[in-house]
Write a protein that binds this ligand. Structure first.
Ligand SMILES: [Zn+2]
Length: 261
């Protein structure tokens, strides 16, 4: 990969001067290829911060077009963008903000297929910003099968969570999480969501992505962060793998050999 230019050193100066971060870790961001699945409220925040902070390549996935009710949360889009594909406008806006970020888009739905498992395998990190249980479960299976780390986030009503899955020994997966907390079947359409909540959770996902890609700060294995905006509180829990999980409790011989059907 190309090393950082003088202009990059100026641009990312405030990150590079961080204690223990330095040019090496900024270079890790420049070398990274991250896939963001879902370009709604969470995805807009994640993509904005990752592009701005110097992540070299982003893949944006979303089949939807922009509608008026998206605008309070989905901060990359404007009134005049309604009716256009989210990934197209997001790419345009992110390229304006950081032309050095290489952006690939996919505007077809995340269906069960080897195609998405292969896309996962091409990336260093996957960020789940979807709002559908079936997509979340599918991404979890793809990432488990390919051993690509997954940062999951969700925001609904006045609460949200972030959790990272890096497939280390005894770490839980998204299915284990669903087993513990129940599966959230409703969406923001029925339940509502306060606009800045998606910004808070998306920003936390972006922060975890940067920390993971550059190996900066403490590891968050099995840690689950819950933000309760109604009560101004943040709670972190350490979760264990569910020994009966229908996905990760299966014996694994080596990474990449598990079927995702
Ligand atoms: Zn599991």
């Amino acid at each position: 990969m190309m090393s950082l230019s003088d202009n990059d050193l100026l641009r990312y100066d405030r990150q590079i001067v961080l204690k223990g971060f330095d040019i090496d870790k900024q270079q890790c961001l420049a070398d990274a290829n991250v896939m963001i699945v879902g370009m709604g409220g969470l995805g807009c925040a994640v993509a904005t911060y990752l592009a701005a902070s110097g992540v070299g390549a982003l893949t944006l996935v979303d089949p939807d077009i922009i509608s008026l009710s998206n605008l309070p949360r989905q901060i990359l889009y404007s009134d005049t963008d309604c009716g256009q594909a989210k990934v197209d406008i997001a790419k345009q806006q992110l390229s304006l903000r950081n032309p050095d970020c290489t952006i690939t888009t996919h505007s077809h739905a995340l269906e069960e297929s080897a195609f998405w498992r292969d896309r996962c395998a091409e990336h260093d990190l996957i960020i789940d910003c979807t709002d559908q249980l079936s997509s979340r479960q599918h991404l979890n299976r793809c990432c488990f099968a390919t051993s690509v780390p997954l940062i999951s986030g969700a925001a609904i009503r006045m609460e949200g969570y972030v959790m990272c899955f890096s497939w280390q020994h005894e770490e839980p997966c998204y299915e284990c999480l669903s087993y513990l907390f129940g599966e959230e079947k409703g969406s923001c359409v029925e339940n509502g969501v306060m606009s800045p909540l998606t910004g808070v959770i998306g920003s936390l996902q972006a922060m975890e992505a940067i920390r993971y890609l550059s190996d900066y700060g403490a590891r968050t294995r099995g840690k689950y962060l819950l933000y309760d905006a109604m009560n101004f509180s943040v709670t972190t829990l350490t979760l264990k793998r569910n020994p009966y999980c229908k996905l990760c409790a299966r014996p694994r011989t080596r990474p990449g050999t598990v079927s995702i059907s």
